[in-house]
Structure formats: structure tokens, C-alpha cells
Design a protein around this ligand. Sequence first.
Ligand code: ADP
Ligand code: MG
Length: 699
Amino acid sequence: MEKQNVPEIFGSMVFDDRVMKSRLSAKVYKSLRKTIDENADLDEEVAEAVAEQMRDWALEKGATHYTHWFQPLTGITAEKHDSFITPSPDGGVIMEFSGKELIKGEPDASSFPSGGLRATFEARGYTAWDPTSYAFIKDHTLCIPTAFCSYGGDALDKKTPLLRSMQALNRQAKRILKLFGKDVKNVRTSVGPEQEYFLIDKEMFEKRPDLVYTGRTLFGAMPPKGQELDDHYFGVIKPRVSAFMEDLNSELWKLGILAKTEHNEVAPAQHELAPIFSTTNVATDNNQLTMEIMQKVARKHGLVCLLHEKPFAGVNGSGKHNNWSMATDEGSNLLSPGETPYENAQFLLFLCAVIKAVDEYQDLLRLSVATAGNDHRLGANEAPPAIISVFLGDELSAILDAIKNDAPYEGKEKEVMKLGVHALPKFSKDTTDRNRTSPFAFTGNKFEFRSLGSANSIACCNIMLNASVAESLRQFADSLEGSKDFESDLHELIKKTIKEHERILFNGNGYTDDWVKEATEVRGLSNLKTTADAMPHLLDEKNKEMLMRHKVFTEAELTSRCEIMLENYCKTVNIEGHTMVDMVRKNYLPAIEGYMYSLARTTSLMKSVSDNVKCVYEVTTLEKLSQLTDSIMESVVTLEKALADLNGYEDITETSVAVRDKVLPAMETLRKYVDEAEMLVGEKCWPFPGYGKLLFSVY
Ligand code: ADP
Ligand code: MG
């Protein structure tokens, strides 16, 4: 690959601030910035001027089309391309793009999931420009990041509620900062999502219908080697993978995505990419784009990028870490411990807001990452447990304890902590003592939510995180505004919050059975193991009340989302089940049968030649395979019945319970027998490439 000048290519395909500044008139630029920075309304004239410059810029970069780029509830991005062409009187065309076309689009919404929000007589939805996320060019198309709504105003996407949740947090955080004498323009949340993925050979991928249809292997016996040697993690990157990464970085950089860190992960063929953090809605757009471009670039290298949470049983699955913090427009991080007593009190208040939010809305955080794919990871001793808890590290925990008990902190000063009076003891950023088993960990100046699946849109968890923290801050502001003795009321509030929510704090090993017992039986934390268990809590009164109070969702939007997510769970497993049936009946059983036939023939042939041959291998294998084919047959019939029964339910919640209790267990049983057979049948006779080939064939 030719040498690249990174600063030069960085953002070259983005209509970013540099481009705006250089192309727009001072007046238009100023007005657009006001919209971006302060959510000010955008007037038509400005939109017109921006559209014109955007078009010229895009044409210079070779674009022929434009699209409103949005994130419907399918979880992936959607685009409908229109070319810039307009016929001119002389029979030719001119390239046009108006302010109206920039601001608003009207894709036919009828084929996107809406959960009943969009009545069929009103199939149209509309997309509205999100000027806070820059437009960019991809595949000769100018992509305009947008929000997607129905004509009734209901959100049909993940971005609208995300923007609303950011607003809610902004509103409440500013109230708190005012109490500390700070008048800031904006508080925004930032996210740096670390993305895991697998890369496998395209030729192998295409031979596996389960990978093609479902993104994961539904069968496959373990090869002799898995991840037990820990030789892949941070290992030397293989040349093909390295070429892929180089290409990927360059594509991401062109799109202004701050791809920063890349390394091999724990499982063979598993890797990770982390960008530098950015504002949540931009980080969300960028993560969606990153996932898309990863897949595209992989194909160019004869590889396939698997974003599924559990592509292979027996080795680690893929997750995503959502590093999250809140910062003012002046760049001060509200989760950063400060230098002065006053700053520290403010830090502790924001910290407590998060602790309270996570405790009160554990279920919302859990369900925000719930999908059929991610259910394979959470609680499976490789990813955080399904129980949500907060890790603070020993030092910060000791400080909170000292505050709670009015006790001396055992740090360097032996003094009773009085907020606003005493400086917080300095505690070191916790970099070594990383508790990898915690789903929600404080890492010095940010929280890392680790329960996300690799394919999840990060919008979902950030909506819940922003909204629930906004709710804590609202309650704090309500109680502190108008206080006669701010310092002492603040102290009491922090103390009370620690006392009320300390059950969510846990620094120990989240993988142990003891923790599950303690968390659920002693502390009363929720343990929502599957999507079917978690999702219905979206409609719990307390959750609805909070999300509606902050105008993040309407009641109708919540009902529809719950339905869509459960439907998605059921459909995903349904496709997996049918794929299994298909593979077993069309490929596995015939292959095993063929192998048994050759064993039987060999045996009788050999015995006809000599009475002294025993045919131990042939006979024992044949007997075992014959038992297995009986079991496989029985299990495939059970699975078929479980799948057929799904049609009998009216209600999606009931269907999801049947998926959890009937279909998934039937799939597991069927797989077990087929995998056993794989260990006995000659490789040449096996219809699909096995795990060894899938995991170890990229060099
Ligand atoms: P570590 O390697 O210790 O996990 P990094 O510094 O590599 O931490 O950060 C991991 C991710 O967290 C990166 O995407 C990084 O940009 C992001 N990050 C760092 N600081 C913040 C912050 N204040 N808010 C949100 N994300 C952050
Ligand atoms: Mg991390």
C-alpha cells in the first residue's frame, strides 16, 4: 500500500468545521455554528446557503448522489440515494440540491419496523437533518446524518431519543453547575466505544450456511486448540489482518473517524478497534459507520468481518465497551476528580448521580443491550454478568465509605471528610487494578459500560444512561436549589445517596456463584438473564414515568420499541432454528448416513474376504453414529415442532418466552449430537468446514 499522509487524508470526506469555515460566508457560518452548539433553530436562508456549498464540495469530491442517512430500529443504518441531477431545458442535466432537500427527506417508511406506530394509511415518515453530526461522502454519495420520525412526530429511529436524552442531561446538569456558580452553555456526554470483531476467510465463510444466514456458527466441534494458550491476545498481527487494518484505518480517517487503537483479542481470529472518544451522537454515527466499513473493507481483502456477539461456541464472543463521561462546552470533565475541595464536592455529586442512576435503572441498562446475540455472552463467564453493578476501585470506595460513616478516611490524612471543607485525598487513577468482570466500572475520569454486544447500536445504552443520570441530577437540583446552607445540605445529600445506593457498588469478582447469590438474595439486584426476561421491563411504571418525564420517549414509542425488540429476538432465533433444521436434514444427516454406509460396506466386504478381520473401528463407529443419527433425528423433530408452535401465540411476550424455553433448548440439544458426530466422521465426508479451518486459516 502506498504511503499515506494521515493529517492530509483525515476528514477529507467530511463536511466538517474546517470546510464550513472556508466555504460558508461569515454570517452563514456563525448562524450554523449557533445551531450546532446551542441547538438554535436553523433558518431557511442559512439552510439554502449550506446546501449549495455542500453540493459544490460533494461534486468536487466526485459525488453524484445524496442520501439522508438514518438509523431505523433494525439497528443498522439506512439510506436511499437520490442523484443530484435535474433536467435542464437544453436536454442536458444540471446538478441541484436545495436547502429543503438538506433539511428534510421523505423515505417510504412502510418497510421499517415501527411496532404499530405508523398506521398503514400513513406510511410516510420523514428524516430531519442533524446538523451536530457532520455530513460525509461514502461511495460517491453525500450522506446527511438525520433523525427519522413519523408524521405524527413519533421517533422511528435510535437517534431521535438519543438526542432527546442528551438534551435532558444537558438541562439537568446545567442546573447543578449553576449551584456551583458555573454558568455553562452546554453539558454533553462523550463516548469512546471499543469495538471487537472476528475476521475469517471469505471462502470458508461462504461454505457455512449458518454464518451466511445468521452471522454465527450453529454447529461445530471444538478443534484441538482454542484460546487456552493466550497466544493471540495482543499477539503479532498477521500480514493479511494487518493489511486489512491499514486499509480500514485509512477509510475511517477519511471519514473523520478517530480510529486509534487496534490489537488482537483473546479468541483466535478476534480483534479490537478503539477510536478516540467524541460527543455521543457523533460517536454513535461513527460507530455505525465503523461497523459498516469494517465489513466492506474485509471483503476487499478476501475476508469476512463477523460482528455477531458469539460467532463461535467455546471461545470468547465479541463485546463493545461504552466509555462514557460528561463534559462542559469548556471541556471540563465532570467525572474528573478536581484539585480544590469545591471541585471535589462537585465531582462526588456527579459521581453519586451516576451511582444512583445505575442502581435505580439497572433494568433499563440491562435491556438496552439485550439481543438474541448478546444473550450468549452476558453471564457466560467471559463477559460481565447479566447483573448490573458498579465498580469504583478500593480507593474511591474507601472515600465514599468515610463520607457515609462520618469516619476518618484511612488515606494520608486521618480526618473526617467534610465536603466543601476538606480536600479529597488524592487517589490514583486506577489503571492496574482493572476489574474485568464488572459491567460498569469507573476508570479514573469516565465510566466504562461493558455489557454491550459487538453488534449493538451504542445509541440504546446511551439513551438510558443519559436519561437516568438526568433523573438523578433533577432530583439533586430540586433538593439543593434554594438551600440555605448549601455546603452542609450537599454533604448530607451525598451521604444519603451513598447509603441508599451502596448495594449497587461491588468491587469483587462478578463471575462467581457467590456474587449471583449475594446480588440477588441479599442485595436485591435484578438478574435478567435473557432478552425475553429483560425487555418487558421497558414498560414498568417507574421506567415509563422517568423516560416520559424527560421527554426521551412517549408512551406509544415505548410500547412500540418493546414490541420491536422482542420481535427482533424471536425472528433472530426463528431464523437460526430453521437454518439448523435445514443444515441437518439436507447436509448433516445425509453426510453421516453416507459415512455409515461406507463403514458398513467396508465391514461386510472385509469380512467376506477373511474371517479373521475384526473391523473394530468400523463397527464401533457405525454403532455410535447410528445412535447419534437417531438422537439427531429425534431432536430435529422436537426443534421443528417448537418452531411451528411459535405461530400459535398472539402475544409477542408469550412468543419470546417460548423462544427462550422451547426453541433455544431444542437448538442446544440438536447441536450437541451433531457436534459429537463431527468428531467421528472423516473430515472429507463432513459437509462444512470445521472450527479449525474457520478460526485458523487467515495468515
Ligand atoms: P483504557 O485503555 O485504559 O481502557 P483508553 O484511554 O484507551 O482506556 O480509553 C478507552 C476508550 O475510552 C477510548 O475510546 C478513549 O477515547 C475513551 N475515553 C477516554 N477518555 C474518555 C472520556 N473522558 N469520555 C469518554 N470516553 C473516553
Ligand atoms: Mg476498555
